[in-house]
Design a protein around this ligand. Structure first.
Ligand SMILES: Cc1cc2nc3c(=O)[nH]c(=O)nc-3n(C[C@H](O)[C@H](O)[C@H](O)COP(=O)(O)OP(=O)(O)OC[C@H]3O[C@@H](n4cnc5c(N)ncnc54)[C@H](O)[C@@H]3O)c2cc1C
Ligand SMILES: *[C@@H]1O[C@H](CO)[C@@H](O)[C@H](O)[C@H]1NC(C)=O
Ligand SMILES: *[C@@H]1O[C@H](CO)[C@@H](O)[C@H](O)[C@H]1NC(C)=O
Ligand SMILES: *[C@@H]1O[C@H](CO)[C@@H](O)[C@H](O)[C@H]1NC(C)=O
Ligand SMILES: *[C@@H]1O[C@H](CO)[C@@H](O)[C@H](O)[C@H]1NC(C)=O
Ligand SMILES: *[C@@H]1O[C@H](CO)[C@@H](O)[C@H](O)[C@H]1NC(C)=O
Ligand SMILES: *[C@@H]1O[C@H](CO)[C@@H](O)[C@H](O)[C@H]1NC(C)=O
Length: 503
């Protein structure tokens, strides 16, 4: 390790000493960034890419939505954690701005990419290995959830991660992670038993419940303020076959649908193996609203009382049936259109029928009145029911920084989701998303239905995340950040993402 740091320090000095023409100032790049890119390419030629190269383009476009494409000065794709240590030294030496990207699924521009800085793409940190006793799987941050599920399937095992397979492993875990298995086992991050992290100093450490325990706690939902995670060890669970699929119901089923959602919200704890993701889905071009729900059961018998209020609805389409997690996920991935523009917002409520009614009616009315004419518009709200047991599991497993109030559970953690096609509509949709959210929150608060927690991974720019974590947890996160990154490398040199220091 030390050798790597020394070597890179020498390379950095060499770069500084090079005669002028070697340091080409490309495009609109600041001098510190130009120097850092040259130092990287001197030290790690095969891992450093400039605009115009195939790898630069594929890394810059390794995002779910084009709203996240930027103009980084160069792209660095490390193959080892030690290359990251060296790169951090280079960034610090030159005070060069950078961004870190895993699966690229957080749809907030600038949160995992950067204009005029260095994009660190974790694509090649792609280890995936099962422990000899099969109790945990070690996964690199270059992996997506579908790859984890595919890898585990032959063993009859699963790990907790995205309900959509193309989502990246690292971002989901650093924000918590809602899985189909969360009602049984908590946040996906509650099921991480070790994080390998490159700290701001360049030191590579392993954080567990007994070693760097404060850092371990912080990484279970504190985001990217603490270091770059290069390996996650995830508990595995036996779940060789499941029941899963998506039901789609006509707009005439509004009342029955919302009642099924409300009941699941309230009584979902009765069978923690069941999970649903019910959504309102407005398809503007077809002038129609439909209701959908992903339905899930961890078991082989699909006819389950816990889901009957959904399975008994008259459906336009219904794919619920026996499958495996890997098969289900690869099937739904195929349905997800790439390339549309996206924005999310979160709201949360206690699990009550009147909250659903407020959100449904206000959302549909405001979308119809304000943005229905936007090209390619799809507007949806997903009601994610969160049971008491979900929260209890996190407490049992040592606690997490989210510190969700269990006394008010169960909850709905809702995500509003807008997609459209023309960049010219970005400003309108962004403004509308903020407007409708503030109206919904005001109405929920007035009705005594508002809940405090806001889930980071589904949030929109400017929403208050850490401020709504459990009491005292923001201050704790800030202290841990100061301890492990006193200079604020991951706060100021890496400006993208939700930051505890500036919350
Ligand atoms: C279609 C879709 C479906 C989704 N489904 C779910 C779901 O089922 N459950 C759920 O909980 N969430 C879901 N999400 C939300 C998802 O969890 C977040 O978007 C998450 O940030 C994605 O992780 P990523 O690695 O792809 O993100 P990225 O955009 O690559 O990164 C997100 C943030 O994490 C930081 N980061 C990434 N890697 C590292 C690292 N190794 N070390 C330090 N910081 C890092 C980045 O800097 C960035 O700020 C979904 C999102 C989409 C778009
Ligand atoms: C270059 O950067 C400056 C300041 O950051 C900005 O004002 C200018 O518009 C940029 N030019 C281009 C071509 O991007
Ligand atoms: C870079 O490109 C080469 C081939 O051109 C490819 O094999 C490699 O996987 C790419 N690396 C990244 C990080 O995209
Ligand atoms: C959309 O549907 C509603 C009824 O659901 C109808 O009143 C309205 O006229 C329709 N709008 C268009 C443009 O067809
Ligand atoms: C189904 O709905 C009925 C009322 O319509 C309710 O009594 C029951 O608890 C619901 N079942 C579940 C599992 O939500
Ligand atoms: C948001 O909507 C898009 C399509 O409109 C869909 O592909 C995606 O899965 C949705 N995401 C969430 C988190 O609901
Ligand atoms: C947002 O709300 C403000 C104030 O009510 C209003 O003036 C504006 O037109 C709204 N914008 C959008 C896009 O809905």
């Amino acid at each position: 390790m030390k050798v790597f740091l020394l070597l890179s320090a020498l390379l950095v000095r060499a770069a500084i000493a090079l005669p002028g023409p070697a340091i080409t100032k490309r495009s609109n790049t600041s001098l510190p960034v130009a120097f850092a890119c040259e130092a990287l390419s001197l030290a790690f030629k095969a891992e450093t890419f400039y605009p115009g190269s195939v790898n630069y383009t594929s890394e810059n476009e390794h995002f779910w939505t084009p709203t996240d494409y930027s103009a980084p000065a160069c792209v660095f794709t490390p193959k080892t954690q030690f290359q990251i240590s060296a790169a951090l030294l280079i960034f610090e030496t030159f005070q060069a701005n950078f961004a870190v990207r895993g699966g690229g699924h957080m749809p907030i521009p600038g949160y995992a990419n950067i204009d005029g800085g260095i994009l660190v793409g974790l694509t090649d940190l792609n280890q995936i290995t099962l422990s000899s006793d099969k109790s945990y799987v070690s996964v690199g941050p270059g992996r997506r959830w579908e790859e984890v599920y595919d890898f585990l399937e032959p063993y009859g095992l699963v790990a907790l991660g995205g309900r959509v397979g193309i989502v990246g492993v690292p971002g989901l875990l650093l924000g918590g992670g809602i899985s189909f298995y969360s009602n049984q086992y908590g946040f996906a991050s509650d099921n991480v038993i070790a994080f390998e992290v490159v700290l701001a100093s360049g030191l590579v450490v392993e954080a567990t419940s007994t070693s760097y325990a404060d850092l371990f706690w912080a990484l279970k939902g504190g985001g990217n303020s603490f270091g770059i995670v290069t390996r996650f060890d995830l508990l595995t669970y036996t779940s060789p076959t499941i029941c899963a699929g998506i039901g789609e119901y006509p707009s005439t089923e509004k009342t029955a649908f919302l009642s099924a959602v409300a009941n699941f919200g309230q009584y979902g704890d009765a069978d923690a193996k069941a999970a649903v993701i019910p959504s309102i889905f407005m398809l503007a071009s077809l002038n129609t609203t439909v209701y959908t729900s992903a339905l899930f059961y961890d078991g082989t018998e699909c006819n389950q009382p816990a889901l009957v209020n959904f399975t008994s609805l008259p459906a336009i389409a219904n794919s619920y049936g026996p499958t495996t997690l890997a098969t289900y996920v690869s099937g739904t991935d195929a349905l997800i259109a790439d390339g549309t523009r996206q924005v999310f917002q979160v709201i949360s409520s206690i699990a009550d029928a009147s909250a659903l009614e407020i959100v449904h009616d206000t959302f549909v009315e405001m979308v119809t009145a304000n943005i229905y004419g936007v090209a390619g518009l799809q507007a949806s709200v997903a009601f994610q029911p969160v049971t008491k047991n979900f929260i209890q599991q996190g407490i049992n497993k040592g606690g997490n920084p989210q510190g969700v109030d269990i006394t008010k559970a169960p909850y709905f953690w809702m995500v509003e989701n807008f997609s459209w096609t023309d960049p010219a509509d970005d400003a309108l949709i962004n403004a509308f998303a903020v407007n409708v959210t503030s109206v919904l929150e005001a109405k929920l608060t007035a009705a005594g239905q508002q809940a405090q927690f806001k889930y980071m991974n589904d949030a929109g720019y400017g929403q208050e995340i850490f401020q709504n974590y459990g009491a005292g947890n923001l201050a704790k996160l800030q202290a841990i950040r100061t301890k492990y990154d006193p200079q604020g490398i991951f706060t100021y040199l890496m400006p993208g993402g939700w930051k505890v220091a500036t919350a």
